[in-house]
Design a protein around this ligand. Structure first.
Ligand code: HEC
Ligand code: HEC
Length: 149
C-alpha cells in the first residue's frame, strides 16, 4: 500500500466516523436493528393497485405512472404485451391511451414508422404503483404548468 492509498483510506475512515456520529443516532436500517449475520424477517409483499384511474403527473416530461397491474405482461424481442393495448392499432379497442409520438423517435430524432427501440422496453420508464407509504415526508408540488397554481 503506497502513501496516497493510505491517506485516502484515513480520510475515508475519518469521514465515516463523522457521518455515523452525525446521522447514526436513532436511525434504524430497513432490515431492523440486526447484527450483520442475523437474517431479517421477510418483508411484507406489496400489493399492486388493480386497474385504477390515470395517476396525475407531477411534471410535463414525466413518463406517466402505470395505474394497473403488469404482472405477467411480457416484453421480449418477439412480443410486447403493453403494445397489445397501447399501440396505435389497438388503443381504441382496449380503451387505453396510445403511445405518444415521442415513442417513434430514435436517438437522432429521426421519426420512425414503428416504436423506436429506445422506447420498446416500456417498464424502463413506466412503473406500476404499490401500496407503500412514503419512507420520508415529501412536500413536492407539481409545477404550475400542470397544477395551474
Ligand atoms: C389489457 C390492456 C392493457 C395492457 C396489456 C397494458 N395496459 Fe396500460 N393501460 C390500459 C388502460 C385501459 C389504461 C387506462 C386508460 C389510459 O390509458 O389512460 C392504461 C393506462 C396506462 C398508463 C397511464 C397512461 C396515462 O396517460 O396516465 C401507462 C403509462 C400504461 N398503461 C403503461 C402500460 C405498460 C408499460 C404496459 C405493459 C407492461 C401496459 N400498460 C399494459 C390498458 C392496458
Ligand atoms: C425512455 C423512456 C420511455 C419508454 C421506454 C417508454 N415511454 Fe411511454 N412515455 C415516456 C414519457 C417521457 C412520456 C410522457 C411524454 C411523452 O409523451 O413523451 C410517455 C408517455 C406515454 C403514454 C401517454 C401518452 C399520452 O399521449 O399521454 C403512454 C400510454 C405510454 N407512454 C406508454 C408506453 C408504452 C406502452 C411503452 C413501451 C412500448 C413506453 N411508453 C415506453 C417515456 C417512455
Amino acid at each position: 500500500m503506497n502513501k496516497k492509498t493510505m491517506a485516502a483510506l484515513a480520510v475515508l475512515w475519518l469521514w465515516g466516523g463523522a457521518m455515523s456520529a452525525a446521522f447514526g443516532e436513532g436511525l434504524v436500517s430497513e432490515r431492523g436493528n440486526l447484527a450483520l449475520d442475523e437474517e431479517a424477517p421477510a418483508a411484507e409483499a406489496k400489493q399492486y393497485a388493480k386497474d385504477g384511474d390515470v395517476i396525475p403527473r407531477d411534471y410535463v416530461q414525466q413518463p406517466p405512472l402505470i395505474p394497473h397491474k403488469t404482472e405477467g405482461y411480457i416484453i421480449s424481442t418477439k412480443s410486447n404485451k403493453c403494445l397489445s393495448c397501447h399501440s396505435w392499432a389497438n388503443a381504441k379497442a382496449s380503451l387505453a391511451t396510445k403511445i405518444s409520438q415521442t415513442h417513434f423517435e430514435d436517438r437522432d430524432k429521426n421519426v420512425l414508422a414503428n416504436v423506436s427501440a429506445r422506447r420498446y422496453f416500456c417498464t424502463q420508464c413506466h412503473v406500476p404503483q404499490v401500496n407503500a407509504p412514503p419512507l420520508v415526508e415529501n412536500t413536492f408540488k407539481p409545477i404550475t404548468a400542470i397544477s395551474g397554481q
